[in-house]
Unconditional design. Structure first.
Length: 501
């Protein structure tokens, strides 16, 4: 027969079942009428769509052999070839959008600024990458101990950040690039070089030592000196890089994060310290790096802002509505005022609300609205919320003032009604008081009249009145009489006797 070649991109997968009496090798191909899968090559997708209406496809081929060694070797070779082809395709896709960088011009006849024994992140092929960083005429070059080279051009550096070691275990310089570069097999937009002041395992082990141990005190002293020495070395290197860049007509300046404005938050999967710089909001000590360019932030919204919650979320909306916003979760409520003051200083608008929002739909609506930042609809008459005012859950300031005015007017009406009720109550009380005054005046006159009689006369008057009532057939209350007096009749104006009926 004639040998028929099959390109490796036409093979969907290769299966080698467990051998029984004979060894089987089954090769499955991409065909029309079935799902091709997300790993299918782009050119194979186009070919299947092109020839599907009229072409016939081979779905699978099965090979059988009593001696399985050849089929096992073929299975391994086909699998390895498919893996290499897939890696090459991914690399081509990664490099398709890369911006070609200029060649590095090495400095000659001058002393080159250099930092030694640095660790680079991201790493090459999953291994810890250590080496030296040098500053040349038009860029930086990192050479690893395995002779791997990474060039960073001054013209491609958007922001350079120097973070000294204070509360961390590392001192670092970080470069946020304008266009990504290839490191290993992937493209990256952030490149970092750092030196650890204290090894992580040693830092954990130190927790079991006493603070009064002389060796512990010596270690702390050496650690402080090492921190100071490394911070100074990195600072001097940054100054030299600035000088070299300016000498060759490049603009490069290192920013230092503002630690007094830092706060804790969760941008990815763990709580880290977020630090603002002059142009960015960053976390550089943990991977993946969190770097937000403030020039790309259109608006900031705070979610889950309530009196009951202990933390809130911060959403940084990108000016490009096709990109999802950045998130920082679980920020303590005590940092909200300082963050809002910092946003005001940076002239970035912000809103807050009590709930989580569906940003995919909100950005879709904003992207389709041509008059998103305007206060009127297409007719230029109908008023609407301008821009991100739609996110305000508590109303605008003018609406709050109107509500306050309405509340004041309602309060005034209620106060007037209450005053009328109080006046009516006062009138009733005055009438009641006048009646009580009249009764009290009458009682006082009666008492004054009684004060003119002595005890015997009062007894005689009471007996006469009892007889008169008995004659008239009225019931007489036989309740016991009580005597009440404050002294003798002559000293205190006479003793008085009161009866209860």
């Amino acid at each position: 027969g004639n040998p028929i070649p099959f390109h490796i991109s036409t093979i969907k997968n290769v299966v080698l079942p467990d051998p029984d009496n004979a060894t089987l090798l089954r090769i499955n191909f991409y065909t029309a009428g079935i799902a091709l899968g997300k790993d299918a090559p782009a050119n194979m997708l186009k070919l299947v769509q092109k020839y599907a209406p009229y072409a016939s496809f081979i779905r699978e081929m099965t090979f059988r052999s009593l001696d399985g060694n050849n089929l096992v070797a073929a299975f391994r070779q086909i699998s390895e070839l498919r893996k290499r082809a897939r890696a090459r395709e991914i690399r081509e896709m990664e490099e398709a959008n890369l911006v070609e960088q200029e060649k590095l011009i090495r400095t000659k006849n001058e002393r080159v600024p250099r930092l030694s024994d640095l660790t680079m992140r991201p790493v090459f092929a999953g291994r810890k990458t250590q080496g030296n960083l040098e500053a040349h005429t038009n860029g930086l070059r990192f050479i690893s101990t395995r002779s791997e080279v990474v060039d960073i051009m001054y013209a491609n550096i958007k922001y350079a950040i120097f973070q000294p070691c204070e509360n961390e275990i590392m001192v670092l310089v970080h470069f946020h690039l304008k266009n990504p570069i290839m490191v290993g097999k992937k493209k990256h937009l952030d490149i970092q070089f750092f030196t650890e002041v204290v090894d992580a395992s040693q830092a954990v082990d130190n927790g079991r030592r006493s603070m009064y141990d002389p060796d512990e005190m010596d270690d702390e002293q050496r650690e402080r000196q090492l921190r100071k020495r490394l911070n100074q070395a990195f600072k001097d290197f940054c100054k030299k890089v600035d000088a070299v860049a300016k000498k060759n007509n490049y603009q490069l300046e290192f920013d230092i994060p503002y630690r007094d404005l830092g706060f804790m938050g969760n941008p990815h999967k763990e709580m880290v310290q977020i630090l603002p710089t002059l142009n960015c909001l960053v976390n550089l000590t943990e991977t993946p790096f969190f770097v937000v360019d403030l020039d790309e932030v259109d608006h900031v919204h705070f979610e889950r802002v309530t009196y009951m919650s202990k933390a809130f979320d911060m959403i940084l909306i990108n000016k490009d509505f096709n990109k999802m916003p950045w998130r920082i979760d679980m920020i303590p409520n005590g940092d909200k005022d300082s963050i809002q003051e910092w946003l005001t200083d940076m002239e970035i608008t912000y809103t807050e609300g009590p709930m989580n929002l569906n940003w995919k739909s909100i950005l879709g609506t904003a992207k389709e609205d041509d008059r998103f930042y305007m206060t009127t609809e297409d007719d230029e008459v109908t008023e609407k919320e301008a821009g991100w005012e739609i996110l305000r859950m508590f109303g605008r300031e003018d609406e709050e003032e109107e509500e306050e005015d309405e509340d004041d007017s309602e309060f005034g009406e209620e106060s007037a009604e209450e005053e009328e009720e109080l006046e009516e109550d006062d009138d009733d009380e005055e009438a009641f008081d006048s009646e009580e005054d009249e009764e009290s005046d009458f009682d006082a006159d009666a008492e004054l009249e009684e004060e003119g009689m002595d005890w015997d006369e009062m007894e005689e008057q009471a007996a006469a009145e009892d007889k008169r009532k008995r004659r008239m057939g009225e019931d007489i209350d036989e309740a016991p009489r009580k005597r009440r007096g404050g002294g003798s009749g002559r000293d205190n104006g006479g003793r008085q006797k009161k009866r209860r009926r």
